[in-house]
Design a protein around this ligand. Structure first.
Ligand code: FAD
Length: 335
């Protein structure tokens, strides 16, 4: 396997920030992966899929691993008519190609997660979600390599400790996901969960899986910037959770504050609403700004320096804190 020294990472992050990796490798098999882990036991490690959820503020002084492990197996029990479909998909498959593959075959469960850029292996890391769905709801198992020992470890759904944009993998940075086992269904019934999507489907009596995928794609294309045209990493901040009292206090001045009660008694509110009402809708400072159609997305109009993005991030966080007393936490990973 080749090792690339002092490699420019601009093409490895969708924000197009520039930084050099001390060493970079692209293992195509699990044994190549083990090889590179044992060749560089003492180097700091960073895994990159398609780089759609991370950017750089400085060079990476360690080993960047870009897995290139592909393949998909149907591991369902024999019967064709079986309601339950189990697919084991290797980490480097393109996420949306995989969703399209399932939708074409009538395998239900992933359609709301259409058009999210990235790889299958990254999906469990932050438990990707959109339009009322989260990937944790269709994951049976995650198979990973422990980067310290080189051993293969399997995680059941519960062992992944999934949370809102979170998992054991994101918290520990210890495992490289090599495959994900999905549990999908043949029966599909559209359950209205998300206003924008319901509106898009209102003229279809019984939407099919394909109708839902097409609707999600239309809504996303209208609202979100294409990272290949205007560099970004999707939602920059997580939606914050606040106490009921805190939400009520904000609502005296902002009665339209979105407020979704959670099981633990907290209220989930909208980071986009806070950013918008802090005066940052479509605001641009130098090369960095929020996307006019969706203030939660920070876009890069031409900087190669991730520190510019961080400065803009601090400014947004500071203003939101001053006005709403809420600390916005980044969803995007900063290296
Ligand atoms: C325009 C746009 C829209 C987006 N919309 C959404 C959305 O609707 N919902 C959503 O949840 N996200 C969204 N995102 C964020 C992003 O698409 C997801 O987080 C996606 O899963 C990133 O995949 P990736 O392969 O690019 O991961 P990367 O950005 O390469 O990596 C993300 C993190 O996962 C780690 N990682 C990657 N691969 C592995 C692996 N095999 N094993 C262990 N760790 C790994 C990395 O080290 C990093 O910490 C959006 C991004 C963009 C640019």
């Amino acid at each position: 396997m080749d090792y690339y020294r002092q490699t420019q990472l601009k093409e490895y992050n969708s924000f197009k920030t520039e930084a050099f990796a001390k060493i970079l490798c692209k293992p195509g098999t699990i044994s190549e992966l083990r090889q590179c882990l044992s060749d560089f036991p003492n180097e700091k490690k960073l895994i990159i899929g398609k780089g759609c959820n991370l950017f750089f503020t400085k060079d990476f002084d360690g080993l960047v691993i870009c897995p290139n492990i592909k393949g998909l197996r149907n591991i369902s029990d024999e019967e064709e008519e079986d309601e339950d479909i189990f697919l084991e998909v290797n980490a480097s498959e393109d996420w949306d190609h995989f969703v399209a593959y399932c939708v074409e075959r009538g395998f239900a469960g992933l359609e709301n997660l259409s058009l999210i850029p990235g790889t299958v292996g990254a999906a469990p890391i932050q438990n990707i979600g959109a339009y009322g769905a989260e990937v944790k709801d269709v994951i049976r198992e995650v198979v990973a390599v422990d980067m310290e020992t080189g051993e293969t470890v399997s995680f059941s759904n519960a062992e992944c400790e999934f949370g809102y944009r979170n998992s054991i993998f994101k918290r520990t940075n210890k495992y490289l996901v090599i495959s994900v086992v999905f549990h999908l269904k043949r029966t599909f019934v559209y359950i209205p969960k998300y206003t924008d999507l319901n509106k898009e489907l209102e003229n279809i009596e019984e939407p099919s899986i394909q109708d839902v995928r097409d609707a999600v794609i239309r809504v996303r294309k209208r609202k979100l910037p294409d990272e290949k045209v205007l560099p970004n990493a999707g939602s920059f901040f997580k939606n914050p959770y606040i106490s009921k009292e805190h939400a009520n206090k904000i609502m005296t001045d902002y009665p339209s504050l979105p407020a979704y009660p959670m099981k633990d008694g907290l209220i989930k509110t909208s980071a986009a609403f806070l950013i918008d009402n802090a005066g940052y809708k479509g605001k641009r400072v130098g090369n960095i700004g929020t996307y006019p159609n969706q203030p939660l997305i920070i876009v890069n109009y031409g900087s190669s320096d991730g520190n510019e993005i961080v400065r803009f991030m601090y400014e947004v966080q500071k203003t939101v804190k001053e006005i709403f007393d809420i600390e916005l936490e980044p969803e995007v990973r900063i290296f």
